[in-house]
Design a protein around this ligand. Sequence first.
Ligand code: COA
Ligand code: AMP
Length: 630
Amino acid sequence: MTYKDVYDSWKSDPEGFWMEQAKAIDWVEAPTKALFDDNAPIYEWFSDAKVNTCYNAVDRHVEAGRGEQAAIIYDSPITHTKRSISYVELRNRVASLAGALRAKGIEKGDRVIIYMPMIPEALEAMLACARIGAIHSVVFGGFAAHELAVRIDDAKPKAIIAASCGLEPNRVVHYKPLLDGAIEQATHKPDFCVIFQREQEVAELIPGRDFNWHGFQFGVEPAECVPVEGNHPAYILYTSGTTGQPKGVVRPTAGHLVALNWTMKNIYNVDPGDVFWAASDVGWVVGHSYITYGPLVHGNTTIVFEGKPVGTPDAGTFWRVIQEHNVRSFFTAPTAFRAIKREDPKGEFIKKYDTSCLRALYLAGERADPDTIVWAQNVLGVPVYDHWWQTETGWTIAGNPAGIEALPVKIGSPTVPMPGYDVQILDDAGHPVPDGELGAIAVKLPLPPGTLPTLWNAEERFRKSYLNTFPGYYETGDAGMKDEDGYLYIMARTDDVINVAGHRLSTGAMEEVLASHPDVAECAVIGVGDDLKGQLPMGFLCLNSGCNRPHDEIIKEVVKLVRDQIGPVAAFKLATVVDRLPKTRSGKILRATMVKIADGDEFKMPATIDDPAILDEIRAALIPMGYAKS
Ligand code: COA
Ligand code: AMP
């Protein structure tokens, strides 16, 4: 079968295609049909099935004789720890944790927030929720207390599972005070918290509210897997939108299982038993789909890596992990490779390791720049596949289907749409544009199984954000084009989302924080190009009239404010004070033009600009910061 055969077979019979893929999942009650479109344009998949995610990710492999195979390999250069957890051990640990959660009153449909670093217990917490039908929401450890509080108020969790600390190369991240601060800030209060005490920092527990991870499991009955409906939310994952209020992406159970399982062979080209590694974090969608669920549902061994591509201890860490654990397919963000390339441009470190087990490298999360792809191909000597997707879809929209047929790589393109995705490039009026022309990238509805059916408690926002602009389509928020061979090119976001070191961030959310500073009258945040992180946020501040405090002081304060409110992951360190912001005559800030000036790119003077002279003032402010070089 070629890619074209598979894609065409989906297109001619989507129902048959997905029912066929559904056979790979162990159902309690099998679905009688795939698509449920009674409520279109809100679509659901496999809604009449009964199934359990944890059973498919863990128990079924034990029952099928894979109990002794490693399910998780924990490799932490930060703590100098390596540990392997077999499928049978994982089942026992997860059943016990799930039993303890159930004994404390967690039931199907209850929400549980998970705030943990890259340790196997994070995956166990996710799976324990799935086992009893609770809906987890993992919050990335690099977010500050305020971001956690916003998610607590939106998801209204009955419990929060956290670790005592996270470990960054240069510091201990004190999770417990962040957690306590978030609960204090939030209006909603969880019934209880479970704290996994790490030896690097033991946190003080609040009696009556906090329970020790090990202690609260003592003597409980292990929980069995609870069947849930196919459309039951498996999890909620918050992602950045245009405002400070993140979007709660809902992941439906059955479609998630079917789609992820399909991708493991067809895209990532691994067979059950193979070791698959996604060097990301469980706090992001890549971590949900490809550290936890995809590899485990498919019976692979997954790696939980607590470290960085460089500095833990050196730029050879990735190669060591690949060699030691026999990694077949490896997935990370281009920024990780840029970091390695910067430290080790000649690839000296890789020569110390035997990475011949590796078959391919997969990059996603941000634009993969050609230099990085070529460098990675040269040092690794394996194909490098860029692929494009989003938190909302949970799996590849466009990629290279290496397990079906490795298509020729065109550098700069994540290759072609996967079955399930009818990708169109549209003009402003919603009409398809000719090949080679730029437009908004949209996907014809319905989206395939596993993608978001809605936003948590925000259906209207879901419609407004994704469905209303182009009726009949899902609006991806990315702009790009298609070539004559059907290859896609992803060029830029069409909204206020920026991508910093593969992390999706909202400039709107940062603007809200800057605007809260008492001396700031008006502000704008844009994403400027960065050689390492792809983009970096940069703030422009207009101060209240009469404010004569030193600008440096105010800049330091706003930098701290963003770190405290959003978190270190925002990497907000660049800001400048300007008299005025460039605007259209109707008052819209011309952020896109500011980006062009900062990056030193050519731009067309916007016809609607109110006062072109302001652009010179912006350029003058940027030059001393090392930007706006043409
Ligand atoms: N918990 C707490 N803080 C965190 C964190 C976490 N899980 N992850 C990152 N941070 C902090 C970092 O310590 C850093 O803090 P600092 O300002 O005190 O130095 C800040 O957030 C910014 O982090 P990051 O943007 O990741 O920069 P970095 O300099 O620490 O590392 C790279 C740069 C390129 C090595 C790193 O970004 C990387 O490995 N990226 C891979 C991308 C990736 O996995 N993306 C996931 C989507 S696929
Ligand atoms: P996230 O939801 O965090 O995965 O971010 C999704 C966004 O990251 C997409 O909408 C794109 O803007 C960007 N993105 C992800 N993968 C790619 C890629 N391969 N090429 C270009 N941009 C990408």
